[in-house]
Design a protein around this ligand. Structure first.
Ligand code: SF4
Length: 541
Protein backbone atom coordinates (compact mmCIF):
# COMPACT_ATOMS: atom_id res chain seq x y z
CA UNK A 1 0.00 0.00 0.00
CA UNK A 2 1.30 3.53 -0.77
CA UNK A 3 2.18 5.83 2.10
CA UNK A 4 0.30 8.97 1.08
CA UNK A 5 -3.38 8.60 1.76
CA UNK A 6 -6.08 10.71 0.22
CA UNK A 7 -9.14 8.94 1.54
CA UNK A 8 -11.29 11.10 3.82
CA UNK A 9 -11.39 10.07 7.48
CA UNK A 10 -14.76 8.71 8.57
CA UNK A 11 -16.93 10.59 11.04
CA UNK A 12 -16.23 7.93 13.65
CA UNK A 13 -13.88 5.01 14.03
CA UNK A 14 -15.09 2.21 11.81
CA UNK A 15 -12.28 -0.24 12.44
CA UNK A 16 -10.33 0.48 9.29
CA UNK A 17 -6.89 -1.09 9.16
CA UNK A 18 -5.55 1.73 7.00
CA UNK A 19 -6.25 4.11 9.90
CA UNK A 20 -4.52 1.79 12.36
CA UNK A 21 -7.76 0.73 13.99
CA UNK A 22 -6.55 -2.83 14.48
CA UNK A 23 -7.98 -3.73 17.83
CA UNK A 24 -10.11 -6.85 17.83
CA UNK A 25 -13.44 -5.21 17.16
CA UNK A 26 -15.97 -7.98 17.24
CA UNK A 27 -15.97 -11.75 17.59
CA UNK A 28 -15.28 -12.34 13.92
CA UNK A 29 -12.39 -9.89 13.78
CA UNK A 30 -10.94 -11.48 16.90
CA UNK A 31 -10.86 -15.04 15.58
CA UNK A 32 -9.52 -13.86 12.22
CA UNK A 33 -6.65 -12.07 13.91
CA UNK A 34 -5.91 -15.05 16.13
CA UNK A 35 -5.56 -17.44 13.21
CA UNK A 36 -6.23 -17.11 9.51
CA UNK A 37 -9.32 -18.88 8.25
CA UNK A 38 -7.35 -20.85 5.68
CA UNK A 39 -5.31 -22.46 8.47
CA UNK A 40 -8.28 -24.56 9.56
CA UNK A 41 -7.68 -27.01 6.74
CA UNK A 42 -4.74 -28.67 8.48
CA UNK A 43 -6.81 -29.16 11.63
CA UNK A 44 -9.69 -30.65 9.63
CA UNK A 45 -7.33 -33.08 7.95
CA UNK A 46 -5.28 -33.98 11.02
CA UNK A 47 -7.67 -33.73 13.95
CA UNK A 48 -11.37 -33.09 13.33
CA UNK A 49 -11.83 -35.70 10.61
CA UNK A 50 -10.22 -38.24 12.94
CA UNK A 51 -11.80 -37.19 16.24
CA UNK A 52 -15.22 -36.21 14.92
CA UNK A 53 -17.66 -33.35 15.17
CA UNK A 54 -17.42 -32.94 18.95
CA UNK A 55 -13.71 -32.14 18.70
CA UNK A 56 -14.26 -28.93 16.70
CA UNK A 57 -14.03 -25.71 18.79
CA UNK A 58 -16.61 -22.99 18.15
CA UNK A 59 -14.30 -20.52 16.38
CA UNK A 60 -13.45 -23.14 13.81
CA UNK A 61 -16.89 -24.72 13.62
CA UNK A 62 -18.88 -21.56 13.00
CA UNK A 63 -16.02 -19.37 11.79
CA UNK A 64 -12.98 -20.66 9.96
CA UNK A 65 -14.60 -23.75 8.40
CA UNK A 66 -16.31 -21.35 6.02
CA UNK A 67 -12.93 -20.50 4.47
CA UNK A 68 -13.06 -24.03 3.07
CA UNK A 69 -16.71 -23.95 1.97
CA UNK A 70 -18.20 -25.65 5.05
CA UNK A 71 -21.25 -24.47 7.00
CA UNK A 72 -23.03 -26.47 9.66
CA UNK A 73 -26.54 -27.39 8.60
CA UNK A 74 -29.68 -26.58 10.51
CA UNK A 75 -30.69 -29.38 12.84
CA UNK A 76 -33.81 -31.05 11.38
CA UNK A 77 -37.11 -30.46 13.14
CA UNK A 78 -36.44 -26.95 14.44
CA UNK A 79 -39.20 -24.69 13.19
CA UNK A 80 -38.58 -21.16 11.90
CA UNK A 81 -40.17 -19.55 14.93
CA UNK A 82 -37.24 -20.72 17.05
CA UNK A 83 -34.47 -19.51 14.73
CA UNK A 84 -33.94 -16.26 16.60
CA UNK A 85 -34.36 -17.67 20.09
CA UNK A 86 -31.95 -20.63 20.11
CA UNK A 87 -28.23 -20.52 20.74
CA UNK A 88 -26.04 -21.28 17.70
CA UNK A 89 -25.03 -24.69 19.07
CA UNK A 90 -28.70 -25.61 19.45
CA UNK A 91 -29.28 -24.94 15.76
CA UNK A 92 -26.22 -26.82 14.56
CA UNK A 93 -26.59 -30.24 13.09
CA UNK A 94 -23.55 -32.50 13.01
CA UNK A 95 -23.59 -32.39 9.22
CA UNK A 96 -22.26 -29.74 6.85
CA UNK A 97 -23.23 -27.98 3.70
CA UNK A 98 -20.24 -28.03 1.33
CA UNK A 99 -19.98 -25.41 -1.41
CA UNK A 100 -17.87 -26.37 -4.41
CA UNK A 101 -16.24 -23.40 -6.07
CA UNK A 102 -16.52 -23.07 -9.85
CA UNK A 103 -15.25 -19.68 -11.02
CA UNK A 104 -17.17 -18.53 -14.07
CA UNK A 105 -19.50 -21.48 -13.44
CA UNK A 106 -17.09 -23.51 -15.55
CA UNK A 107 -17.10 -27.30 -15.22
CA UNK A 108 -15.83 -30.10 -17.43
CA UNK A 109 -17.82 -33.30 -17.79
CA UNK A 110 -15.26 -35.06 -15.57
CA UNK A 111 -15.65 -32.38 -12.89
CA UNK A 112 -19.43 -32.63 -13.03
CA UNK A 113 -19.20 -36.40 -12.70
CA UNK A 114 -16.87 -36.08 -9.72
CA UNK A 115 -19.24 -33.71 -7.94
CA UNK A 116 -22.02 -36.19 -8.68
CA UNK A 117 -20.02 -39.07 -7.19
CA UNK A 118 -19.14 -37.03 -4.11
CA UNK A 119 -22.80 -36.16 -3.70
CA UNK A 120 -23.88 -39.79 -3.92
CA UNK A 121 -21.13 -41.19 -1.69
CA UNK A 122 -20.90 -38.45 0.91
CA UNK A 123 -23.93 -36.17 0.57
CA UNK A 124 -26.97 -38.47 0.42
CA UNK A 125 -27.29 -37.58 -3.29
CA UNK A 126 -28.08 -33.91 -2.63
CA UNK A 127 -27.03 -31.08 -4.94
CA UNK A 128 -28.28 -27.54 -5.54
CA UNK A 129 -27.20 -25.10 -8.24
CA UNK A 130 -26.82 -21.70 -6.59
CA UNK A 131 -27.38 -18.26 -8.08
CA UNK A 132 -23.62 -17.66 -7.80
CA UNK A 133 -22.58 -20.43 -10.16
CA UNK A 134 -21.64 -22.86 -7.39
CA UNK A 135 -22.90 -26.33 -6.53
CA UNK A 136 -23.79 -27.04 -2.89
CA UNK A 137 -23.98 -30.46 -1.30
CA UNK A 138 -25.55 -31.33 2.04
CA UNK A 139 -25.25 -34.00 4.73
CA UNK A 140 -21.46 -33.99 4.62
CA UNK A 141 -19.69 -35.51 7.65
CA UNK A 142 -16.47 -34.02 8.91
CA UNK A 143 -14.89 -37.49 8.77
CA UNK A 144 -15.28 -37.52 4.98
CA UNK A 145 -14.04 -34.02 4.18
CA UNK A 146 -10.36 -34.90 3.50
CA UNK A 147 -11.40 -37.62 1.08
CA UNK A 148 -13.87 -35.27 -0.61
CA UNK A 149 -11.11 -32.70 -1.08
CA UNK A 150 -8.85 -35.36 -2.59
CA UNK A 151 -11.53 -36.34 -5.09
CA UNK A 152 -12.38 -32.75 -6.03
CA UNK A 153 -8.81 -31.56 -6.26
CA UNK A 154 -7.82 -34.52 -8.44
CA UNK A 155 -10.01 -33.01 -11.17
CA UNK A 156 -9.04 -29.38 -10.55
CA UNK A 157 -11.93 -28.38 -8.29
CA UNK A 158 -11.70 -26.69 -4.90
CA UNK A 159 -13.79 -25.49 -1.99
CA UNK A 160 -11.19 -22.91 -0.97
CA UNK A 161 -12.74 -19.53 -0.09
CA UNK A 162 -16.12 -20.71 -1.31
CA UNK A 163 -17.49 -19.02 1.84
CA UNK A 164 -16.03 -16.79 4.58
CA UNK A 165 -14.62 -13.25 4.59
CA UNK A 166 -12.78 -13.88 1.36
CA UNK A 167 -12.92 -13.33 -2.40
CA UNK A 168 -15.81 -15.65 -3.21
CA UNK A 169 -16.43 -17.42 -6.49
CA UNK A 170 -15.92 -15.09 -9.46
CA UNK A 171 -19.00 -14.80 -11.61
CA UNK A 172 -18.44 -14.96 -15.34
CA UNK A 173 -20.64 -14.98 -18.40
CA UNK A 174 -21.70 -18.61 -18.94
CA UNK A 175 -21.22 -18.09 -22.68
CA UNK A 176 -17.88 -16.29 -22.50
CA UNK A 177 -15.76 -17.06 -25.52
CA UNK A 178 -18.55 -18.69 -27.52
CA UNK A 179 -21.44 -16.22 -27.86
CA UNK A 180 -21.87 -14.79 -31.32
CA UNK A 181 -22.67 -11.31 -30.00
CA UNK A 182 -19.97 -11.08 -27.33
CA UNK A 183 -18.24 -7.71 -26.82
CA UNK A 184 -15.16 -9.21 -25.21
CA UNK A 185 -14.23 -12.51 -23.56
CA UNK A 186 -13.33 -11.87 -19.92
CA UNK A 187 -12.12 -15.44 -19.31
CA UNK A 188 -8.36 -14.69 -19.28
CA UNK A 189 -8.82 -12.05 -16.56
CA UNK A 190 -11.18 -14.26 -14.55
CA UNK A 191 -8.78 -17.19 -14.70
CA UNK A 192 -5.81 -15.01 -13.81
CA UNK A 193 -7.54 -13.65 -10.71
CA UNK A 194 -8.66 -17.13 -9.61
CA UNK A 195 -5.21 -18.65 -10.18
CA UNK A 196 -3.20 -15.85 -8.62
CA UNK A 197 -5.29 -14.54 -5.74
CA UNK A 198 -7.68 -17.22 -4.46
CA UNK A 199 -6.00 -18.68 -1.40
CA UNK A 200 -3.50 -15.81 -1.17
CA UNK A 201 -3.19 -14.96 2.56
CA UNK A 202 -2.90 -11.29 1.58
CA UNK A 203 -6.64 -11.39 0.82
CA UNK A 204 -7.95 -14.06 3.17
CA UNK A 205 -8.89 -11.71 6.02
CA UNK A 206 -11.33 -9.21 4.54
CA UNK A 207 -13.94 -7.29 6.54
CA UNK A 208 -16.57 -9.58 5.01
CA UNK A 209 -17.23 -11.44 1.79
CA UNK A 210 -16.08 -9.92 -1.50
CA UNK A 211 -18.04 -10.71 -4.66
CA UNK A 212 -16.75 -10.30 -8.21
CA UNK A 213 -18.48 -10.42 -11.59
CA UNK A 214 -16.93 -10.24 -15.06
CA UNK A 215 -18.93 -10.38 -18.27
CA UNK A 216 -18.29 -9.18 -21.79
CA UNK A 217 -21.77 -10.16 -22.90
CA UNK A 218 -24.05 -7.38 -24.14
CA UNK A 219 -26.80 -9.17 -22.20
CA UNK A 220 -25.01 -8.35 -18.92
CA UNK A 221 -25.61 -11.85 -17.64
CA UNK A 222 -23.81 -11.87 -14.27
CA UNK A 223 -25.92 -9.53 -12.11
CA UNK A 224 -23.11 -6.97 -12.06
CA UNK A 225 -25.25 -4.43 -10.20
CA UNK A 226 -25.14 -6.44 -6.98
CA UNK A 227 -21.48 -7.39 -6.74
CA UNK A 228 -18.69 -5.67 -4.81
CA UNK A 229 -16.69 -5.20 -8.00
CA UNK A 230 -17.87 -5.82 -11.53
CA UNK A 231 -16.34 -5.56 -14.96
CA UNK A 232 -18.95 -4.98 -17.64
CA UNK A 233 -18.12 -5.27 -21.34
CA UNK A 234 -18.09 -2.02 -23.32
CA UNK A 235 -16.46 -0.67 -26.46
CA UNK A 236 -14.25 2.37 -25.84
CA UNK A 237 -14.30 4.72 -28.83
CA UNK A 238 -10.48 4.84 -28.99
CA UNK A 239 -9.26 1.85 -27.01
CA UNK A 240 -11.70 -0.76 -28.34
CA UNK A 241 -13.42 -3.51 -26.32
CA UNK A 242 -12.76 -3.61 -22.58
CA UNK A 243 -14.61 -3.22 -19.32
CA UNK A 244 -16.55 -0.58 -17.40
CA UNK A 245 -15.70 -0.76 -13.68
CA UNK A 246 -18.51 -0.86 -11.07
CA UNK A 247 -18.17 -1.10 -7.29
CA UNK A 248 -20.23 -1.35 -4.13
CA UNK A 249 -23.26 -3.48 -4.97
CA UNK A 250 -24.85 -5.89 -2.52
CA UNK A 251 -28.30 -6.87 -1.25
CA UNK A 252 -29.07 -8.40 2.16
CA UNK A 253 -30.82 -6.13 4.67
CA UNK A 254 -29.31 -2.85 3.37
CA UNK A 255 -29.47 -3.29 -0.39
CA UNK A 256 -27.46 -1.02 -2.67
CA UNK A 257 -26.83 -1.22 -6.38
CA UNK A 258 -23.26 -0.88 -7.59
CA UNK A 259 -22.08 2.44 -9.02
CA UNK A 260 -19.87 3.14 -11.99
CA UNK A 261 -16.44 4.62 -11.41
CA UNK A 262 -16.51 6.06 -14.93
CA UNK A 263 -13.26 4.18 -15.52
CA UNK A 264 -12.33 1.87 -18.38
CA UNK A 265 -10.14 -1.21 -17.86
CA UNK A 266 -8.56 -3.16 -20.67
CA UNK A 267 -8.65 -6.95 -20.41
CA UNK A 268 -5.01 -6.88 -19.27
CA UNK A 269 -5.75 -4.26 -16.60
CA UNK A 270 -8.68 -6.13 -15.03
CA UNK A 271 -6.63 -8.27 -12.57
CA UNK A 272 -4.67 -5.19 -11.41
CA UNK A 273 -7.85 -3.16 -10.92
CA UNK A 274 -9.44 -6.10 -9.10
CA UNK A 275 -6.40 -6.29 -6.82
CA UNK A 276 -6.68 -2.57 -6.13
CA UNK A 277 -10.37 -2.72 -5.27
CA UNK A 278 -10.00 -5.74 -2.97
CA UNK A 279 -6.98 -3.99 -1.41
CA UNK A 280 -9.11 -0.94 -0.65
CA UNK A 281 -11.72 -3.21 0.89
CA UNK A 282 -9.16 -5.02 3.05
CA UNK A 283 -7.47 -1.81 4.22
CA UNK A 284 -10.31 0.72 4.38
CA UNK A 285 -13.33 -1.56 4.78
CA UNK A 286 -15.31 -1.18 7.98
CA UNK A 287 -14.61 -3.84 10.60
CA UNK A 288 -16.19 -2.36 13.72
CA UNK A 289 -19.71 -3.62 13.03
CA UNK A 290 -20.33 -6.70 10.96
CA UNK A 291 -23.54 -5.17 9.66
CA UNK A 292 -21.51 -2.36 8.02
CA UNK A 293 -18.60 -4.44 6.84
CA UNK A 294 -19.49 -4.83 3.15
CA UNK A 295 -17.77 -2.63 0.57
CA UNK A 296 -21.06 -0.95 -0.30
CA UNK A 297 -20.98 1.08 2.92
CA UNK A 298 -17.53 2.47 2.16
CA UNK A 299 -18.55 3.27 -1.42
CA UNK A 300 -21.67 5.02 -0.14
CA UNK A 301 -19.61 7.17 2.23
CA UNK A 302 -16.79 8.00 -0.20
CA UNK A 303 -18.75 8.28 -3.43
CA UNK A 304 -17.39 7.00 -6.76
CA UNK A 305 -14.94 9.87 -7.41
CA UNK A 306 -13.05 9.52 -4.12
CA UNK A 307 -13.06 5.75 -4.54
CA UNK A 308 -11.55 6.07 -8.00
CA UNK A 309 -8.95 8.58 -6.77
CA UNK A 310 -7.85 6.25 -3.97
CA UNK A 311 -7.78 3.29 -6.35
CA UNK A 312 -5.62 5.08 -8.90
CA UNK A 313 -3.32 7.02 -6.57
CA UNK A 314 -2.82 4.66 -3.64
CA UNK A 315 -3.18 1.25 -5.29
CA UNK A 316 -2.63 1.30 -9.05
CA UNK A 317 -0.11 4.10 -9.39
CA UNK A 318 -1.60 5.09 -12.74
CA UNK A 319 -4.84 6.60 -14.03
CA UNK A 320 -7.45 4.58 -15.81
CA UNK A 321 -8.98 5.98 -18.98
CA UNK A 322 -12.42 7.47 -18.68
CA UNK A 323 -14.88 5.13 -20.29
CA UNK A 324 -18.42 4.95 -21.64
CA UNK A 325 -21.33 3.41 -19.80
CA UNK A 326 -22.44 0.06 -21.15
CA UNK A 327 -25.48 0.38 -23.42
CA UNK A 328 -28.70 -1.08 -22.03
CA UNK A 329 -28.88 -4.82 -22.66
CA UNK A 330 -31.10 -5.96 -25.53
CA UNK A 331 -34.70 -6.78 -24.76
CA UNK A 332 -35.36 -10.41 -24.02
CA UNK A 333 -34.33 -13.09 -21.59
CA UNK A 334 -30.72 -13.57 -20.63
CA UNK A 335 -30.84 -16.85 -18.79
CA UNK A 336 -29.31 -18.81 -21.74
CA UNK A 337 -32.07 -21.44 -21.56
CA UNK A 338 -32.86 -23.04 -24.94
CA UNK A 339 -30.75 -23.72 -28.03
CA UNK A 340 -28.53 -20.88 -29.29
CA UNK A 341 -25.90 -20.61 -32.04
CA UNK A 342 -22.27 -20.04 -31.08
CA UNK A 343 -19.87 -17.86 -33.04
CA UNK A 344 -18.08 -21.01 -34.32
CA UNK A 345 -21.19 -22.62 -35.86
CA UNK A 346 -21.80 -25.01 -32.98
CA UNK A 347 -24.56 -24.47 -30.37
CA UNK A 348 -24.98 -23.93 -26.67
CA UNK A 349 -27.90 -25.57 -24.94
CA UNK A 350 -29.31 -24.13 -21.72
CA UNK A 351 -31.40 -26.23 -19.36
CA UNK A 352 -33.65 -25.23 -16.47
CA UNK A 353 -34.00 -27.35 -13.36
CA UNK A 354 -36.74 -26.27 -10.99
CA UNK A 355 -35.36 -23.65 -8.54
CA UNK A 356 -31.83 -25.03 -8.91
CA UNK A 357 -32.53 -28.32 -7.20
CA UNK A 358 -30.77 -31.22 -8.84
CA UNK A 359 -29.14 -34.34 -7.40
CA UNK A 360 -25.96 -36.37 -7.61
CA UNK A 361 -27.50 -39.08 -9.81
CA UNK A 362 -28.98 -36.44 -12.12
CA UNK A 363 -25.65 -34.62 -12.47
CA UNK A 364 -23.97 -37.91 -13.36
CA UNK A 365 -26.55 -38.41 -16.11
CA UNK A 366 -26.00 -34.86 -17.36
CA UNK A 367 -22.26 -35.57 -17.57
CA UNK A 368 -23.00 -38.63 -19.71
CA UNK A 369 -25.22 -36.58 -22.02
CA UNK A 370 -22.61 -33.83 -22.32
CA UNK A 371 -19.95 -36.27 -23.45
CA UNK A 372 -22.33 -38.12 -25.76
CA UNK A 373 -23.09 -34.76 -27.41
CA UNK A 374 -19.40 -34.25 -28.15
CA UNK A 375 -18.94 -31.51 -25.55
CA UNK A 376 -16.72 -31.24 -22.52
CA UNK A 377 -17.89 -27.89 -21.19
CA UNK A 378 -20.75 -27.11 -18.81
CA UNK A 379 -21.45 -23.68 -17.38
CA UNK A 380 -23.62 -22.78 -14.40
CA UNK A 381 -25.58 -19.53 -14.49
CA UNK A 382 -26.60 -16.86 -11.98
CA UNK A 383 -30.21 -18.00 -12.46
CA UNK A 384 -29.64 -21.50 -11.03
CA UNK A 385 -29.51 -23.00 -14.52
CA UNK A 386 -26.88 -24.90 -16.51
CA UNK A 387 -25.60 -24.56 -20.08
CA UNK A 388 -23.80 -27.09 -22.27
CA UNK A 389 -21.34 -25.48 -24.69
CA UNK A 390 -19.83 -26.60 -28.00
CA UNK A 391 -22.60 -28.89 -29.22
CA UNK A 392 -22.39 -29.79 -32.93
CA UNK A 393 -25.65 -29.18 -34.82
CA UNK A 394 -26.15 -32.90 -35.38
CA UNK A 395 -26.15 -33.58 -31.62
CA UNK A 396 -28.40 -30.77 -30.44
CA UNK A 397 -31.70 -32.65 -30.57
CA UNK A 398 -30.38 -35.74 -28.83
CA UNK A 399 -28.89 -33.61 -26.04
CA UNK A 400 -32.03 -31.51 -25.61
CA UNK A 401 -34.20 -34.65 -25.59
CA UNK A 402 -31.92 -36.25 -23.02
CA UNK A 403 -31.94 -33.21 -20.73
CA UNK A 404 -35.70 -32.90 -20.98
CA UNK A 405 -36.10 -36.57 -20.15
CA UNK A 406 -34.25 -35.79 -16.92
CA UNK A 407 -36.74 -33.03 -16.11
CA UNK A 408 -34.44 -30.19 -17.22
CA UNK A 409 -36.52 -27.99 -19.50
CA UNK A 410 -34.75 -26.78 -22.66
CA UNK A 411 -36.94 -25.93 -25.66
CA UNK A 412 -40.25 -25.08 -24.07
CA UNK A 413 -39.29 -24.01 -20.59
CA UNK A 414 -42.12 -22.01 -19.03
CA UNK A 415 -41.60 -18.50 -17.76
CA UNK A 416 -42.07 -19.80 -14.25
CA UNK A 417 -39.45 -22.51 -14.55
CA UNK A 418 -37.00 -20.01 -16.04
CA UNK A 419 -37.75 -17.12 -13.76
CA UNK A 420 -38.30 -18.62 -10.30
CA UNK A 421 -35.41 -18.94 -7.84
CA UNK A 422 -35.26 -19.95 -4.21
CA UNK A 423 -32.55 -19.89 -1.57
CA UNK A 424 -31.75 -22.87 0.68
CA UNK A 425 -34.33 -21.98 3.33
CA UNK A 426 -35.51 -23.87 6.39
CA UNK A 427 -34.50 -27.30 5.14
CA UNK A 428 -30.79 -26.70 5.81
CA UNK A 429 -30.10 -23.03 6.65
CA UNK A 430 -29.67 -22.00 10.28
CA UNK A 431 -30.82 -18.44 9.60
CA UNK A 432 -34.03 -19.41 7.85
CA UNK A 433 -37.47 -18.57 9.14
CA UNK A 434 -39.51 -20.34 6.48
CA UNK A 435 -39.33 -23.12 3.89
CA UNK A 436 -38.38 -22.09 0.35
CA UNK A 437 -37.21 -24.77 -2.10
CA UNK A 438 -40.14 -27.18 -1.89
CA UNK A 439 -42.61 -24.31 -1.78
CA UNK A 440 -41.10 -22.59 -4.79
CA UNK A 441 -41.09 -25.87 -6.67
CA UNK A 442 -44.76 -26.36 -5.94
CA UNK A 443 -45.41 -22.75 -6.96
CA UNK A 444 -43.75 -23.34 -10.35
CA UNK A 445 -45.86 -26.43 -11.00
CA UNK A 446 -49.06 -24.67 -9.94
CA UNK A 447 -48.39 -21.65 -12.13
CA UNK A 448 -47.50 -23.82 -15.13
CA UNK A 449 -50.86 -25.52 -14.74
CA UNK A 450 -52.88 -22.38 -14.12
CA UNK A 451 -51.22 -20.14 -16.73
CA UNK A 452 -50.11 -22.52 -19.48
CA UNK A 453 -49.80 -19.83 -22.18
CA UNK A 454 -48.10 -17.15 -20.08
CA UNK A 455 -44.87 -16.23 -21.87
CA UNK A 456 -43.83 -12.77 -20.65
CA UNK A 457 -40.56 -12.57 -18.73
CA UNK A 458 -41.24 -12.60 -14.99
CA UNK A 459 -38.93 -13.31 -12.08
CA UNK A 460 -40.21 -14.68 -8.78
CA UNK A 461 -37.57 -15.04 -6.06
CA UNK A 462 -38.10 -16.59 -2.62
CA UNK A 463 -35.88 -16.05 0.42
CA UNK A 464 -36.15 -17.85 3.71
CA UNK A 465 -35.15 -14.82 5.81
CA UNK A 466 -34.27 -11.10 5.46
CA UNK A 467 -30.88 -11.93 3.97
CA UNK A 468 -31.11 -11.98 0.23
CA UNK A 469 -29.41 -15.09 -1.04
CA UNK A 470 -32.06 -15.38 -3.76
CA UNK A 471 -32.00 -11.65 -4.62
CA UNK A 472 -35.55 -10.72 -3.67
CA UNK A 473 -35.02 -6.96 -4.02
CA UNK A 474 -34.14 -7.27 -7.70
CA UNK A 475 -36.95 -9.63 -8.69
CA UNK A 476 -40.23 -8.66 -10.32
CA UNK A 477 -41.93 -10.42 -7.44
CA UNK A 478 -39.66 -10.78 -4.42
CA UNK A 479 -40.87 -12.87 -1.51
CA UNK A 480 -39.07 -12.56 1.80
CA UNK A 481 -39.75 -15.24 4.38
CA UNK A 482 -41.58 -13.96 7.44
CA UNK A 483 -43.82 -15.61 9.95
CA UNK A 484 -47.43 -14.44 9.88
CA UNK A 485 -49.36 -15.40 12.99
CA UNK A 486 -47.06 -18.36 13.56
CA UNK A 487 -47.56 -19.54 9.96
CA UNK A 488 -45.03 -19.45 7.15
CA UNK A 489 -45.54 -16.36 5.03
CA UNK A 490 -43.75 -13.94 2.74
CA UNK A 491 -43.33 -10.17 2.77
CA UNK A 492 -43.89 -8.94 -0.81
CA UNK A 493 -41.51 -6.72 -2.80
CA UNK A 494 -42.57 -5.74 -6.29
CA UNK A 495 -40.86 -4.23 -9.30
CA UNK A 496 -37.17 -4.85 -8.75
CA UNK A 497 -34.91 -5.79 -11.61
CA UNK A 498 -31.48 -6.09 -13.14
CA UNK A 499 -30.22 -5.00 -16.54
CA UNK A 500 -32.81 -3.05 -18.48
CA UNK A 501 -35.02 -2.62 -15.41
CA UNK A 502 -32.24 -2.30 -12.87
CA UNK A 503 -33.59 -1.12 -9.53
CA UNK A 504 -34.64 -2.23 -6.07
CA UNK A 505 -38.22 -3.33 -5.69
CA UNK A 506 -40.77 -1.63 -3.52
CA UNK A 507 -41.68 -3.26 -0.25
CA UNK A 508 -45.43 -3.48 0.04
CA UNK A 509 -45.65 -2.73 3.71
CA UNK A 510 -48.26 -4.76 5.43
CA UNK A 511 -48.61 -7.17 2.52
CA UNK A 512 -47.62 -10.55 3.77
CA UNK A 513 -48.85 -13.56 1.84
CA UNK A 514 -49.29 -16.82 3.66
CA UNK A 515 -47.64 -19.91 2.22
CA UNK A 516 -51.07 -21.34 1.53
CA UNK A 517 -52.15 -18.32 -0.49
CA UNK A 518 -48.90 -17.95 -2.42
CA UNK A 519 -49.94 -19.61 -5.72
CA UNK A 520 -53.19 -17.58 -5.80
CA UNK A 521 -51.35 -14.33 -5.11
CA UNK A 522 -48.62 -14.82 -7.73
CA UNK A 523 -51.21 -16.00 -10.27
CA UNK A 524 -53.25 -12.82 -9.70
CA UNK A 525 -50.23 -10.54 -10.13
CA UNK A 526 -49.03 -12.42 -13.22
CA UNK A 527 -52.48 -12.36 -14.83
CA UNK A 528 -52.87 -8.63 -14.25
CA UNK A 529 -49.43 -7.94 -15.68
CA UNK A 530 -50.20 -10.05 -18.74
CA UNK A 531 -53.54 -8.34 -19.33
CA UNK A 532 -52.19 -4.81 -18.99
CA UNK A 533 -48.79 -5.11 -20.65
CA UNK A 534 -48.15 -3.36 -23.93
CA UNK A 535 -45.88 -4.92 -26.55
CA UNK A 536 -42.53 -5.84 -25.02
CA UNK A 537 -43.28 -4.11 -21.74
CA UNK A 538 -41.47 -5.53 -18.75
CA UNK A 539 -42.90 -5.95 -15.26
CA UNK A 540 -40.77 -3.21 -13.71
CA UNK A 541 -41.36 -0.61 -16.45
FE1 SF4 B 1 -30.51 -18.85 4.54
FE2 SF4 B 1 -31.73 -16.49 4.61
FE3 SF4 B 1 -29.80 -16.96 2.79
FE4 SF4 B 1 -32.13 -18.15 2.55
S1 SF4 B 1 -31.79 -15.92 2.42
S2 SF4 B 1 -30.14 -19.16 2.37
S3 SF4 B 1 -32.73 -18.50 4.65
S4 SF4 B 1 -29.53 -16.86 4.99
Amino acid sequence: MAQTRIAPPPARAEGQWALDEREPLNANERFKLEDDGLAVRARIEDVYSRDGFASIPADDLRGRMRWWGLYTQRRPGIDGGRTATLEPHELDDEYFMLRVRSDGGALSAAQLRTIAQVSVEFGRGTADLTDRQNIQLHWVRIEDVPQIWQRLEAVGLSTQEACGDTPRVILGSPVAGVAADEIIDGTPALEHIARRYIGDPAYSNLPRKFKTAISGSPHQDVAHEINDVSFVGVVHPELGPGFDVWVGGGLSTNPRLAVRLGAFATLEQVPEVWKGVIGIFRDYGYRRLRTRARLKFLVADWGPQVFRDVLEQEYLGFSLADGPAPPPPPLGRRDHVGVHPQADGRFYVGAAPVVGRVSGPLLAQVAELVEAAGSDRVRLTVEQKLVVLDVPATNVDALADGLEALGLAVRNASTFRRGTMACTGLEYCKLAIVETKARARELVFQLEERLPTFDAPLTVNLNGCPNSCARIQVADIGLKGALAGGEDGYQVHLGGGLGLTSGLGTTLRGLRVSAHDLPDYVERVARRFDEQRQDGELFAT
